[in-house]
Design a protein around this ligand. Structure first.
Ligand SMILES: O=C(O)CCCC[C@@H]1SC[C@@H]2NC(=O)N[C@@H]21
Length: 187
């Protein structure tokens, strides 16, 4: 991995942290947060491995008590608290969304939007709810139902993330034959 790719991972982790300045809206044990757009952007812009790496770096910084979770929270306790399933799920979301952009011959904004919705919402809700039901006295079905409140905001984030990712990839020349060949040579 070259320096430019490492910088891109660090910048995505930093961007996710900057989003943490925006306070979350607490509704029950899991808040509404703008940061849930970050894994979709990370995968959509950086691809599978680098997208997942940026989310890992972000969570590592949180574990080191850097106050970059929404509302300025940090500390390893947050990773294993009620929202831990969502936080670790962000790595999976970035990876799976990234798989689409990495392996698609041509990234289509509508398909990316669909992948964002399926992975960045419904698979993430599954991870979050399963974990939440383990660490609190909530059944899996109750925990799943909590996610209904996130659907409108997360749908908007999935749409926005798809448009931003396609624009940024286009601006960076990602997916062009020359770029793919150059990356294969430097890998
Ligand atoms: O800050 C945290 O502790 C993590 C919050 C996780 C929030 C989840 S991510 C998916 C869903 N959409 C939201 O806006 N909130 C939840």
């Amino acid at each position: 991995m070259n320096l430019k790719q490492q910088m891109a991972i660090a910048m995505m982790a930093a961007l996710t942290g900057v989003m943490g300045v925006v306070p979350s809206i607490p509704i029950g044990p899991v808040p509404i947060t703008i940061q849930s757009i970050a894994p979709m952007l990370a995968g959509g812009i950086l691809g599978a491995k680098r997208g997942a790496a940026s989310m890992m770096l972000f969570l590592l910084l949180v574990a080191c008590s850097v106050p970059i979770l929404s509302g300025g929270r940090g500390g390893v306790g947050h990773l294993f608290g009620p929202t831990g399933g969502y936080l670790f799920g962000w790595i999976l979301v970035a990876f799976l969304v990234g798989c689409y952009v990495t392996y698609a011959k041509r990234v289509n904004v509508w398909k990316l939007m669909a992948v964002n919705i399926i992975v960045g919402m419904f698979i993430l809700y599954g991870c979050g709810a399963l974990y939440l039901s383990q660490v609190t006295a909530t059944s899996v079905s109750e925990a799943l139902l909590l996610n209904i409140a996130f659907i409108p905001g997360d749908t908007a984030k999935a749409v926005l993330a798809a448009f931003i990712a396609v624009r940024v990839r286009h601006a960076l020349g990602e997916g062009t034959t020359e770029k793919v060949m150059a990356e294969k040579r430097s890998a």
